[in-house]
Design a binder for this molecule. Structure first.
Ligand code: ZN
Length: 100
């Protein structure tokens, strides 16, 4: 089983000028920053040491301590619902159908 290594480090405004919504930034297992906008599907990686990386870090709003990855826990998980007992379909009364 692969352990999830992405660490939520904060958020930036989406680099897509048509979007600019709050986009979570994660650090991957290799130290790269992973930006994935859930609104416009913008996706980008930044390698440490590159100007792009520094640019993102300068715009990063650090996640508050103890915050959880929005994809991993902030949203309520759907609680598994027990399989509903199938209710018998109501009988269709066709008693008077022939009288129409
Ligand atoms: Zn976006």
């Amino acid at each position: 089983m692969v352990t999830r290594v992405h660490e939520h480090v904060g958020s930036i405004d989406c680099p897509n000028p048509d979007c600019k919504k709050d986009t979570p930034v994660k650090k991957t297992g290799t130290g790269k920053l992973s930006i994935k906008c859930r609104w416009c599907e913008f996706e980008n990686y930044a390698t440490p040491g590159t100007p792009h990386f520094k640019n993102i870090m300068s715009r990063l709003r650090p996640a508050p301590a103890g915050s959880v990855d929005p994809d991993d826990g902030a949203l309520p998980k759907p609680t598994p619902t027990p399989t509903p007992t199938p209710t018998p379909a109501p009988l269709v009364t066709r008693k008077y159908a022939h009288e129409r």
